[in-house]
Design a protein around this ligand. Structure first.
Ligand code: 293
Ligand code: CA
Length: 160
């Protein structure tokens, strides 16, 4: 008890290099999978992945799809993330829903978590809450946001 013997130290060293080897293999496998998935389905920004389901659904259904996959609806927090989402929209030629909404309080747009938004990229004259029924946000190929009815069907993009 107390001191580590020479034999124990040698064993620990060999175990450490085996773990390191497995860690490198895991890293390579993960990098390869990421590239393969992103090719047709999305973009990455830093640690965040934006992945499309390729289908158009209303906001609630889109939220369920993303949650069931272990993610949440795409909610850009800066210009780089907004651009990554825009690239998916340009590639798929579909208009997408963002997670941002003012369902709780009219005019107070928030992330699905309820947290206040710290970044926005509204198109000019938006949000206009047309007909008083626009509590969700869509992004067309311009990358600029428009508030839109949550019941409309738009491309599902999730973030992970
Ligand atoms: C109005 C004026 C249009 C605008 C539209 C959207 C609907 O029809 O210029 O594009 O509202 O805000 O969500
Ligand atoms: Ca609008």
């Amino acid at each position: 008890k107390g001191d580590i013997s020479g034999l124990e130290l040698d064993l620990l060293k060999r175990q450490m290099s085996a773990v390191n080897l497995q860690l490198n293999l895991l890293r390579d496998a993960s990098t390869k999978l990421k590239k393969a998935i992103l090719l047709q389905n999305g973009r990455s920004v830093g640690e965040k992945l934006f992945v499309t389901h390729h289908r158009e659904l209303n906001y609630e259904a889109a939220k369920v799809i993303c949650a069931n996959a272990g993610g949440s609806i795409a909610s850009p927090r800066n210009a780089a993330e907004n651009n990554a989402i825009k690239e998916i929209i340009v590639q798929t030629e579909k208009v997408a829903f963002l997670g941002i909404n003012d369902l709780r309080t009219e005019g107070d747009f928030r992330y699905p978590s309820g947290e206040e938004i710290g970044y926005s990229n509204w198109a000019s004259k938006e949000p206009n809450n047309e007909k008083g029924i626009e509590d969700c946000v869509e992004m067309p190929s311009s990358g600029k946001w428009n508030d839109r009815s949550c019941g409309d069907k738009r491309l599902v993009i999730c973030e992970f």
